[in-house]
Design a protein. Structure first.
Length: 670
């Protein structure tokens, strides 16, 4: 008898799922999609080659943080969708109760329903996540034509995390559903699906808090001038914008709808009346869905636009990092070493029939600085950091050396400096203080960057001082006075193969020629742009792959929320529009009202996402500068292109899902 009873509950649970498939199918599809997204985010981190991918450890950490965000989003979204299902099913469960089924029996049915849905969603989510990952790795790897520093693996940790998280979510929703049934009276269950939400209040305090949070995030993004600060404060700005977006969507839209409702000329029209009143009374669930769409679409735009900018500017990035094809750098080289370096480079150029072009030979010093306003204090050791100020570096040239390699004829007083600020981080003041000594400064637009400075995440300044005594004064606290740097850089006219061959030949000669009598240096290295091209291509190609991959995930998440929102609101609106049509509203007016609501819901997240991206652009520009991308026009064009492409994709998704909404509402209206 007990076995028959258990079989009865399983059959009843399966029958319920079939009979409510119109409600459960979107829920199951959404759950599968979100489980797939969470698994992929968890699986990407362990697959990143942290040794061979520049910044691999940081990217892996970002994937871990991303998986936490997706996990939190999964909890919120699945509880939101589950509440809609329970509201639709309360009448059915109340009928079971009235017909003699006890609440403990209903709980057993809910348990089995939840178990079947959970197993289906978790298994299919994991399976599709693995298949989708493999497919995307194959397709994008083929399209980009590179060996990715991201391996396709199926980590057990990602599988366990996915199963554990979604088991807990489904278990929690089951307890919530059972609790609702046990606490409700049969008559409340019967009429539960017809109970509408109360008109929400416009909580001005929350609206102000949301505006402050959003404004703070915007302020951080547009005021940061240092790439190092941009990296440090990026996630803080993101969190502030996310919280501000949710609060403003929940309170700001409500306030806006209440203002529209007070406008009698606008409100008391058939199309406006149904649109405004319908959204106002369901603003709590509307706000959560709209804010989620906005955040995911913003993440999509930011991720794809930045990685696409990097990938399309590969040649510019190489040239920024390598202003000349061959870069030779030595520390502590004496005159004999400098002469030997020049001789070897010239001989190797002559062997391959190439002439050094745009030759730049110079000596200089680097030192670390702690900056507080206009006050700079040299730091002991190149990598010391003082949290009381901002970290920066000085590249020092004597006036004599600067005039020699630049061909200019500048003059300086004893307490006067010539300053180059390529990133524009220093204010237009006329003086700075170094170790308590004040110097007046003059600006120069002469480009003194050797390429290495472009890759630094902190501020870098090129400073011309009047004499060697000033160099010693600045460097004395650092202990670097006896360690000048000597660079010998030049271009050659040739293909990538010629540049790589010459760079290899020079490095081989250095290894064979030194040590040499009378020649002294602490270190010596030779780089060429061609040999680094593959490393750059692997780095930026890998980042672009990651950006596209995450972009597809965010687009999938956006589509899932839009689809579920259209379906759930279609069922909510169907009865309301049916009543309105029965009391005299024409079919044409119904359709016009539906169209008005669809457009409002469509434009709000899209426009807000574009606004978020616009305010994030200065910060993203600083972060991209760390990766050598300083071409603002290219970044802007790439970003605009991504916005247009994905806005079209967003519109297509909305158009497709809107058809589902129309069918549900019009079927009831008919």
């Amino acid at each position: 008898m007990a076995n028959r009873s258990r079989g009865f509950y399983w059959k009843l649970a399966l029958t319920n799922l079939r009979n409510n498939r119109r409600v459960y199918l979107p829920y199951i599809l959404s759950s599968i999609g979100i489980a797939m997204m969470f698994y992929i985010m968890c699986a990407l981190g362990p697959g990143i080659d942290q040794e061979n991918m520049y910044g691999g450890a940081s990217v892996s950490s970002m994937m871990f943080l991303g998986s936490i965000v997706i996990g939190i989003f999964s909890v919120l979204f699945l509880f939101y969708t589950n509440s809609f299902i329970m509201k639709r099913r309360k009448k059915e469960l109340g009928l079971y109760n009235i017909l003699g089924m006890e609440k403990r029996h209903i709980a057993k049915v809910i348990l089995r329903e939840t178990l079947m849905v959970a197993v289906l969603c978790i298994v299919l989510g994991l399976g599709l996540g693995i298949l989708f990952s493999k497919l995307m790795f194959l397709v994008l790897g083929k399209v980009l034509g590179l060996e990715l520093p991201i391996a396709f693996i199926v980590p057990s940790s990602a599988v366990i995390s996915t199963v554990a998280l979604f088991f807990c979510i489904f278990f929690a929703t089951m307890l919530y559903n059972i609790l609702q049934v046990r606490l409700a009276k049969p008559i409340e269950l019967l009429h539960g699906g017809e109970t509408g939400e109360k008109e929400p209040k416009a909580h001005w305090l929350l609206a102000v808090l949301g505006a402050l949070l959003l404004g703070s995030g915007y302020y951080i993004a547009v005021t940061i001038t240092s790439p190092l600060d941009a990296l440090m404060f990026f996630f803080i700005a993101v969190i502030l914008v996310i919280l501000g977006t949710y609060l403003l969507f929940m309170t700001g839209i409500t306030a806006m709808l209440k203002i529209l409702k007070k406008n009698k000329k606008f409100y008391y029209k058939a199309t406006h009346f149904t649109t405004v009143s319908g959204m106002l009374y369901r603003m709590k669930q509307n706000a959560a869905g709209l804010a989620s769409i906005c955040i995911l679409f913003t993440a999509l735009l930011v991720t794809v636009s930045t990685t696409f900018s990097l990938y399309t500017s590969m040649d510019d990035l190489i040239r920024t990092r390598y202003p000349r094809n061959i870069l030779i750098l030595s520390r502590g080289a004496n005159d004999a070493a400098k002469e030997a370096i020049q001789t070897i480079a010239e001989e190797e150029c002559e062997k391959v029939g190439k002439e050094p072009l745009q030759l730049l030979e110079r000596s200089y010093w680097n030192c670390s600085m702690n900056r507080i306003g206009n006050d700079f204090t040299p730091l002991e050791g190149a990598y010391m950091y003082d949290s009381s100020g901002s970290y920066s570096t000085f590249t020092l040239f004597t006036l004599e050396e600067f005039n020699r390699f630049s061909g200019q004829n500048e003059t300086l007083g004893d307490n006067e400096l010539l300053l180059s600020d390529p990133r524009g981080t220093f204010p237009a003041d006329n003086s700075i203080t170094i170790s308590g000594r004040e110097f007046s400064i003059r600006r120069t637009d002469y480009n003194m960057d050797d390429g290495e400075g472009s890759a630094m995440i902190y501020d870098i300044y090129y400073v011309v001082v009047p004499n060697m005594e000033t160099v010693e004064f600045i460097l004395e606290p650092t202990g670097n006075v006896l360690d000048p740097l000597y660079s010998y850089d030049f271009d050659i006219d040739g293909e990538q193969e010629d540049i790589a061959a010459l760079g290899s030949a020079i490095r081989y000669r250095f290894s064979e020629a030194f040590p040499m009598e009378g020649v002294e240096f602490d270190s010596l290295q030779a780089e060429d742009s061609a040999s680094s091209y593959e490393d750059f291509f692997s780095l930026y190609g890998g980042l672009f792959f990651l950006g596209l991959f995450l972009g597809f995930l965010f687009l999938l998440g956006t589509a899932l929320i839009i689809y579920y929102k259209q379906v759930s609101e279609g069922y909510e609106d169907a009865r309301r529009f049916s009543i309105m049509q029965k009391v005299g509203m024409s079919h044409k007016e119904v359709k016009k009202s539906i169209h008005s609501q669809i457009l409002l819901v469509f434009f709000l997240p899209l426009l807000t996402a574009v606004l978020h991206l616009a305010f994030a652009f200065p910060m993203l520009q600083k972060i991209l500068a760390v990766l050598n991308l300083v071409n603002v026009q290219l970044i802007l064009l790439s970003t605009l292109g991504c916005v247009i492409v994905f806005a079209i994709a967003y519109a297509i998704i909305y158009a497709i899902t809107a058809k589902t909404y129309y069918k549900i509402v019009e079927s009831a209206a008919d």
